[in-house]
Ligand binder design. Sequence first.
Ligand code: ARG
Length: 575
Amino acid sequence: MVINTETHSSKNPFISEIVRRLKEHADIEAEVVKLLIDVPPNPGMGDYTLPCFALKEIFQKNPTLIAKELASIPLAGGQITRVEAHGPYLNFSVDKNILTRWVLTTVFNEKDSYGRRTLGSGKTVIIDYSSPNIAKHLGVHHLRSAVIGSALYRLHKALGYRVIGINHLGDWGTQFGQLITAFRHWGSEDALQHDPIGVLNSLYVKFHEEAEKDPSLEKEARAAFKKLEEGDPETRRLWKHFRELSLKEFNKVYDALGIKFDCYTGESFYNEMLEGTVESLKTAGLATISEEALIVDLEKYDMPPCLLKKRDEASLYATRDICAAEYRHKTYGFTRMLYVVGSEQKLHFRQVFKVLELMGDDWVKNCAHVDFGLIKFKHGRMSTRKGQIILLEEVLNEAVTRAHEIIEGKNPGLGNKDRVATQVGVGAVIFTDLSTRRTKDVIFDWDAVLNFEGETGPYVQYTHARLCSVMRKYGRPVTTAVDYGLLKEEDEYLLIRKLEQFPKAIEGAARSCEPVIMCNYLLELCGIFNRYYNHHRIISQDEALTRARILLSDSVRQVLRNGLTLLGIQTPEEM
Ligand code: ARG
């Protein structure tokens, strides 16, 4: 097992001290302690805890006994004020003053970089997200993929990884032969310019209607795709035109969401490399002919065959994914590759990964299908005039309109309302999406999504804006030259503890590919802060106390900002 020594706790002087003392007095390896040390579930149990389950092997004893024995060794001293066993846990309390000072000065000094780590430095992570099919509307599932993918992008970047974000566009396949054929028969450039994706979409529909009546159209479409594969200039020109028009439309939505990609190497990019992939599959004895199609038989693994080539020699989705994975590995030498794609493609990725494994690509163990559930709309004013799929653009527009109405009611005097409504509306959609555990379906209930008091993006944004307003009201520079001993309220201590755990939330969310961990972290931080705010005056006549509470509040503001930014959500200072 490769143990990564730089974790969220590496910079923590208290953990370093615990590690040192355990090494010195109990001869437990630093690496082991660093990996295990955690925060106890409730604050009464101390500040840090060492769960002793994992020490069972080393000590050959039961964990409760280990904890008890370790507690009897004189481990306390220095910044460690108390060591106690609590069942199988060894709990440590530290000097609260020193801890408070350390947390608040760290946040103050590191500002926008607070939470960043270097544990990923020198390593590459590839994230394949959104990846819609061209000539079709972006659906809400492409939203989930885009939003989860780019959150994972930022989270990994914050840990120091080199991250490559790829939009693996669905821009290749026999359907483009159909589209080109349809355009040649019934399309017009004028109509296309007017509403590119709408027109291309209806051309698809028309093609299938007409092909029912006239089967020769299918033949024509197959021939057109063949020409496309072979590089016929006129066919290529049309396809390229459709691709560019689609991309222009997609980019409008990506821009609205603040989503970026490092490359748009879609399925077509691999056209010339596919033969090589198929050849090596044949050489490895994996490819066989079945019903005139070329397949990899996966019966042994309880899966249907992976289709490589159809009867007409045209390549398939899976072939292109196998080829793309090998290309990416060769080009980037990644340590992790994530495919953020809906759960309905589970089988596809199991097949693709299995084929790669059979080809001896042992790096496939570092590839993961980061799957997710559906988005379901509870009720609302969504129009479905374009058919069953609900369009991403409409969801965003609806969210912004509703945010506008709410802001109008709450804060009619607010300047640049349009901008704030966009930030809040889009933020609400992104947060809803991320705050549901990935594999579960997202229930989109408009009233809940935009509830400023619920567990929502606007609630976190609102708490952040409230803090900005406190800072404006204070109107003086924040300083770390404060009396830390004055922060002795229970909720103040809970806030400090929570702030300290921010780097851990980043690491947890990135490792498990669950941005919900960051959402929950932010909601909890807001919850503690708002309770504190309702019960205590931050700015009072007491100068020294005000200075200390302002430093604390500013740290909460900073961490909310850093967290929202990692999720891809804007942080308006007023709303
Ligand atoms: N284009 C596919 C779709 O819209 C998703 C592609 C996902 N990425 C991949 N490498 N297969 O369903």
